[in-house]
Design a protein. Structure first.
Length: 131
């Protein structure tokens, strides 16, 4: 946790974050087999798959918590919007790709306590994907 905060302070909005250098620095300071927990909506292509692939290649297990965009599913007007449908489809395909890579994906409904979902997923054999 502390390591992430130190390295994430280098990220500049809209700038070149040097994600590989950031991840490499984090990876070197952590135990070789320690898990890395990431949070991302997966609604846009931001290099999450590349970051996960890199972390897996360095021996870390990766857990990706992806908040379910509940507001997009519940609003009937949003559901008819082709752009929103494309974003949700992108998220679905990204989840499948990450799971094929070996990432533990936790799809989290923010209306439920995250702790509850993580316990279900990690300690009760919830498979590679949980909601």
């Amino acid at each position: 946790y502390r390591v992430f905060l130190e390295f994430s302070s280098e990220i500049l909005p809209g700038g070149n974050t040097g994600v590989k250098a950031l991840l490499d620095g984090m990876s070197q300071r952590m135990s070789p087999k320690s898990p890395v927990i990431m949070f991302h909506t997966l609604l846009a292509d931001t290099g999450v798959e590349d970051a996960c692939r890199y972390l897996l290649s360095t021996g870390h297990s990766v857990i990706l918590v992806t908040p379910v965009p509940v507001h997009l599913y519940e609003d009937p007007v949003q559901g008819e919007n082709p752009r929103i449908r494309a974003l949700l489809q992108h998220r679905k395909l990204s989840i499948k790709a990450l799971m094929r890579m070996g990432v533990m994906v936790v799809s989290w409904n923010p209306r439920k306590p995250l702790r509850e979902i993580l316990i279900k997923k990690m300690f009760k054999g919830g498979g590679r994907y949980a909601t």
